[in-house]
Design a protein. Structure first.
Ligand code: RAM
Length: 872
């Protein structure tokens, strides 16, 4: 027996493989060992009674399930053991994991969709229930459940799970996710009751910035199928059907995602989801049709409460209002320990991300009211947390609280998709470390079931451009693959209805009166996101699944570019959105015209599809050709023979360099000109959504690392650290969402939680710390830290598909460089030291290196250099 242990097997990208939709889920495992250089040479998988026998293979990630496929509801235990190069004996078996299929065919569903009868008022919340008797003991029970709206289910008075805001938001016309719950322990022989708490959610509530609600329908509904297996082999099935009853007179008076929730405890209905409750006054539900072919099992984790934060301070504002500060801009809601008080006492909580001159700054929320209200019943203290809403906030204003509000009366409950955290970064500059922390919080707040632009105002849409730039960072920080796979499936489904045009946001709603057109940098999400996920996870299956979407996007994009790839139709495009030169009321007015950006993106995306074709063994020649034509067009139109780009902008140079659009002879000059441009911009950000994520990489690769560091460490506005110096705890939509004088930016869109500009974290991970995949899925890793002026140490860790990789370096006395890396089992690594020496190979295990480098020096300012900050 060797000193090798194998963690429990995972199936596809599931955290909990219960109720999965794959019949032959691919399996992965992570080995841990202290044996240096350990590599797997063989494995044996056991799936139920099936065994693979010893398979001579080093593969441990997304290994095919060669056992017979799972049938609906079928559960099989899986385990693996492995052999290393020098191991005569296999490792011990990994701990067993049960992999269980959900309902795989529409025919498995006997449940009917039931709709409560709703009153005329908006945002009503319904309770639905029925009782049933089990005349035999319970051996195993599963609840398969979903809703049109957002729901929580209860059995005999207990919540069936800790999932919140289920079923989340998908393109409901195409796909509605159900979830499988193991409810064996919640049922008893004899009388039982099942109840559902149902609010409008994304399905029927307000969505988007047009003030419209009911995008998918104006009635909510629930679909539940409870299957109880008895020891004698028989099965009782209880489903939503005409026997259910409902009421909208329960304690939750109203709930909306944007508006918040009101509870009136005087309307409490104790025991409503337990047997014996008198529902004679309730109304029979209406049974409706639902296309069971749209029901799908989830591919990623659900939304959960992931953290509870205490209140940092309760203060009184200049105008005398009671304010609560959580110390962190977050997404979720407050849990209130309500005191006793006279029946009818109304406590109101308004939320906001910032204070403006000491008062709650709600203007950025636009039409989102973000207000929760509790009405006391005079029957003692209670704990209350809204159920069907979420807010983006750091501050809250509380009115009507009987007596004095104490910090311990409130807690913030953080909500987001329950992704596994996989990446960390820290460095010697606390502001940069805080910037990174802000990126993490920005991601947490905006990965609430779908990847959104912002979590607080009346928008919260799955903007494709935002994720396109942020996907590399996201996939380092958390395991996003399961969640994004679902989103990409929706993207493809929406795209099919728009002739290949990828909508600006997914799920798509026709919010604006004009037709969708191919949007540079936004639609490219169809290509970039699957490619990034492939790079980071090695999942070729995902790439194959998105192939049609990727190619349809290129065709639509090329059609807009026109025969000569010159985007002749003119018109509007977001382009380098929110360029720092754009005035607050015209975020599209960038330094770099959108046609220039579009030509560059066309080249890059077409080439990426050609690379994907190679991976998938498909013919990608026409994409490769298109990519080269677009690159040539870019050069002809926008680059001088020497490599000067037509627009004096960081974005134009960064695109040319990073998307590899230049001739070899032009690169060096262009790189120098980019550095000069950044200097001319006073080492400030002078780019927008699409350019900014490329600038530091372009500088690094052009040998202008010090300039990249100047940009990173800039603290004046606009810069990444400006917001940090202003006390930001998330990434902002605008560099100056908060102006230096404490006034909120007058622009129409001023979010304080927008992850897009946090995309720089990917450069922090890959270049500053120096941890990057050198082969898909980190099967080979590149450790190439690049110390620069202003930092003396940096470190990063990443849970690769093979286990933990880590890097940590320190620079002492300006020249003594020390590096520590951990290479996960079963991988190889190349280590590139910053002294210019040849790359070294490193096998699994921990390695230390030292070298002497030239002291990193700040960029020399020419004598006549004009620093706008010095003259401010
Ligand atoms: C804004 C969104 C988003 C951006 C679009 C173009 O409304 O907040 O970040 O992608 O515009």
């Amino acid at each position: 027996m060797s000193d090798v242990t194998v963690a429990p097997v995972t199936a596809e990208h599931h955290r909990e493989p219960l109720g999965i939709g794959e019949t032959t889920p691919r399996l992965s495992w992570v080995t841990s060992t202290d044996l240096p250089g350990w590599r797997q040479v063989a494995y044996e998988l056991e799936i139920g009674t099936w065994s693979s026998g010893r398979v001579d293979s080093a593969d441990s990630v997304l290994v095919p399930w060669d056992a017979p496929p799972l049938a609906s509801r079928e559960r099989r235990t899986v385990r693996v053991r492995v052999w290393g190069e020098d191991d005569a004996e296999p490792s011990a078996w990994s701990e067993e994991v049960a992999v269980e299929a959900g309902l795989l065919s529409p025919a498995d569903w006997s449940a009917r969709l039931v709709r409560p009868v709703l009153p005329a008022r908006e945002e009503a919340v319904a309770l639905l229930r029925r009782e049933f008797v089990l005349d035999r003991p319970v051996a195993r029970a599963r609840l398969y459940a979903t809703a049109q709206g957002v729901y929580e289910a209860e059995l005999n008075g207990a919540a069936v799970s800790d999932v919140v805001l289920a079923p989340g938001w998908t393109s409901y016309r195409h796909r509605l996710r159900y979830r499988t719950h193991d409810v064996t322990g919640l049922l008893t022989e004899g009388p039982n009751a099942i109840g559902v708490h149902l609010a409008e959610g994304w399905f029927a509530g307000y969505l988007g910035f047009t003030g419209k609600r009911g995008w998918y329908g104006d009635r909510t509904g629930a679909l539940l199928q409870l299957e109880v297996d008895h020891p004698d082999g028989s099965r009782t099935v209880v489903t939503t059907d005409g026997a259910w009853r409902s009421t909208t007179d329960g304690p939750t008076v109203r709930s909306g995602l944007y508006s918040g929730e009101t509870v009136d405890f005087r309307r409490d209905l104790p025991g409503w989801s337990a047997p014996g409750f008198d529902d004679a006054a309730w109304t029979p539900v209406e049974v409706a049709d639902l296309d069971a072919a749209t029901l799908v099992a989830p591919t990623g984790p659900p939304v959960r409460r992931t953290q509870v934060l205490p209140v940092r301070a309760v203060t009184t504002s200049p105008s005398g209002r009671v304010l609560v500060d959580l110390g962190q801009n977050l997404v979720g809601r407050l849990r209130l320990s309500l005191p006793d008080g006279p029946a009818g006492t109304e406590i109101t909580v308004r939320h906001a991300e910032v204070l403006e001159h000491g008062e709650l700054g709600t203007r950025p929320l636009k039409a989102a009211r973000a207000t929760d209200v509790a009405v006391l019943d005079g029957r003692g203290p209670r704990t209350w947390e809204p159920r069907s809403t979420f807010h983006g906030f750091r501050y809250a204003e509380v009115t009507g609280w009987p007596g004095e509000l104490r910090p311990e009366d409130l807690q913030a409950v953080v909500l987001h998709t329950d992704m596994r955290r996989t990446g960390t970064f820290t460095c010697s500059d606390p502001d940069v470390s805080r910037l990174h922390e802000n990126v993490v919080w920005g991601m947490r707040g905006n990965f609430l079931d779908i990847p959104t632009d912002c979590p607080q105002r009346d928008e919260r849409l799955g903007w494709t451009g935002d994720l396109q730039v942020f996907a590399p960072t996201a996939s380092f920080l958390h395991d996003t693959t399961g969640m994004l796979r679902s989103w990409l499936t929706d993207l493809a489904a929406e795209q099919r209805e728009l002739d290949g045009v990828v909508p600006m946001y997914v799920p798509f709603l026709p919010l604006l009166p004009f037709p969708q057109q191919p949007e540079t940098g936004w639609g490219d999400a169809a290509v970039v996101v699957p490619w990034v996920l492939y790079q980071r996870t090695g999942d070729t299956g995902l790439l194959a699944a998105q192939w049609d979407s990727m190619t349809a996007w290129i065709d639509a994009f090329a059609a807009r570019a026109g025969e000569h790839l010159d985007f002749p139709g003119g018109g509007f495009s977001f382009g380098d959105w929110l360029d720092t030169a754009a005035p607050p009321d015209n975020p599209a007015a960038a330094r770099t015209p959108w046609q220039c950006v579009a030509t560059a993106y066309l080249a890059r995306s077409a080439r990426t599809v050609a690379q994907a074709a190679e991976v998938l063994g498909r013919d990608g020649a026409r994409f490769a050709q298109l990519g080269e034509r677009a690159a040539a067009r870019f050069r002809a139109e926008y680059v001088s023979p020497n490599g000067r780009v037509a627009f004096p902008s960081q974005t134009a140079y960064a695109l040319a360099l990073e998307f590899d659009l230049l001739e070899p002879g032009q690169r060096e000059h262009a790189g120098r000109l980019l550095a000069q441009q950044v200097l001319a911009d006073g080492f400030h950000i002078a780019s927008g959504f699409l350019g900014t994520p490329l600038v530091t990489d372009a500088l690094t690769n052009a040998g202008e690392l010090a300039t990249a560091y100047e940009l990173l460490l800039q603290r004046g506005n606009p810069s990444w650290l400006y917001a940090v110096t202003m006390g930001a705890t998330t990434i902002w939509e605008r560099w100056d969402s908060m102006l230096p004088d404490g006034t909120i930016n007058p622009g129409e869109m001023t979010s304080f939680n927008h992850y897009a500009f946090g995309a720089v974290a990917d450069w922090l991970h890959r270049t500053v710390a120096g941890l990057a995949p050198a082969a898909p899925g980190y099967r080979r890793i590149r450790f190439a830290p690049r110390p620069g002026p202003g930092l003396t140490s940096a470190a990063a860790t990443h849970e690769t598909p093979y286990g933990t990789a880590s890097v940590s370096w320190a620079l002492t006395g300006g020249t003594a460089f020390a590096l520590d890396v951990v290479v996960p089992p079963n991988t190889t690594a190349e280590v590139v030291l910053p002294d210019g020496s040849a790359p070294r190979e490193a096998g699994p295990g921990r390695h230390a290196f030292t070298c002497t480098i030239e002291e990193p020096r700040p960029v020399e300012r020419p004598a006549l250099f004009f620093d706008p900050d010095a003259h401010a």
